[in-house]
Ligand binder design. Structure first.
Ligand code: PEP
Length: 274
């Protein structure tokens, strides 16, 4: 029997928003969101907006995340930010290994792995991104690429894998408006869960949340979130608008209701046909 995994929807604001714009956006999300009972909600603004956003979401169920961190706690790493600095800003989450960091800043799986371990050691929940490029998918290399990223980025965690959220983000779907079909996404999510089981056992793997990311919008979120191995979303563009973002969160909340309705339909149909 599969375990209950609370869905998680996180907004990756990337390198967008001045402090005042970030305040407006965070206020908007706070105003539109009724509760986070069924869905964990995380905002990941740029470093410069962390403090302002943390003040707005203080005493709410919305949590704060950053978009990157260094693996060392301090030292001569000009321009970098450490896990303790993020904790100082009241961060609870950190996005790691995003494809933009992998491709523009040459982050490798072993760098991501060091960051993951540093985050966990500081009680930050890493959101670890993996995903294939378009040419990988076209040449049938999706499984190979995703396997290498999962096994490299999450090596040596043991039961600490439970403290990680994985985000499957096919690179060809990020910011392109092209989303993986629910079936394509589910297929890779199931593969990732299998890889996680290989790393830390089936029980652990069943508890790890795997988000989908890549052009998720209010219009396509619900059918993605209906897939059995999709446990929420990492949202880029659509998280820059409070209304779109909260509609995506609502879609994640509705998953439970839709499932109940589908079950009811199933029972009715069974009764009629028997
Ligand atoms: C992302 O960058 O993590 C992302 C999923 O972006 P978008 O939703 O804009 O495709």
């Amino acid at each position: 029997m599969s375990k209950y995994r609370k869905k998680i929807v996180a907004g990756n604001w990337k390198m967008n928003k001045s402090v005042s714009d970030a305040q407006v956006l965070a206020e908007g999300v706070k105003r539109e969101l009724c509760n986070c009972q069924e869905v964990e909600v995380v905002l990941c603004p740029p470093f410069t907006c962390l403090k302002a956003v943390s003040e707005i979401i203080e005493n709410t169920c919305i949590k704060l995340g950053a978009q990157n961190v260094h693996w060392e706690v301090n030292g001569a790493y000009t321009g970098e930010i450490s896990v303790t600095m993020l904790r100082d800003m009241f961060c609870r989450f950190v996005i790691l290994g995003h494809s933009e960091r992998r491709s523009y800043f040459h982050e490798t799986d072993s760098m991501v792995n060091r960051k993951v371990k540093a985050a966990i050691a500081s009680n930050l929940t890493p959101i670890v991104c993996v995903g294939e490029q378009l040419q990988d998918r076209k040449s049938g290399m999706t499984e190979t690429v995703v396997r290498r990223q999962v096994e490299g980025s999450l090596a040596g965690l043991g039961n600490d894998l439970l403290k990680v959220v994985v985000a499957y983000e096919p690179v060809w779907a990020i910011g392109t408006g092209e989303t993986a079909t629910p079936e394509q996404a589910q297929e890779t999510h199931a593969l990732i869960r299998q890889l996680l089981a290989g790393l830390s056992g089936k029980d652990v793997a069943e508890s790890v949340r795997i988000q989908y990311g890549g052009s998720v919008k209010p219009e396509n979120a619900a059918e993605l979130f209906l897939q059995p191995d999709i446990d929420g979303g990492l949202i880029g563009g659509a998280s820059l608008d409070a209304h779109s973002f909260t509609r995506i969160i609502e879609a994640a909340m509705e998953k439970k209701d839709v499932k109940v309705k589908l079950d009811e339909v199933g029972t009715e149909e069974k009764e009629q046909s028997s």
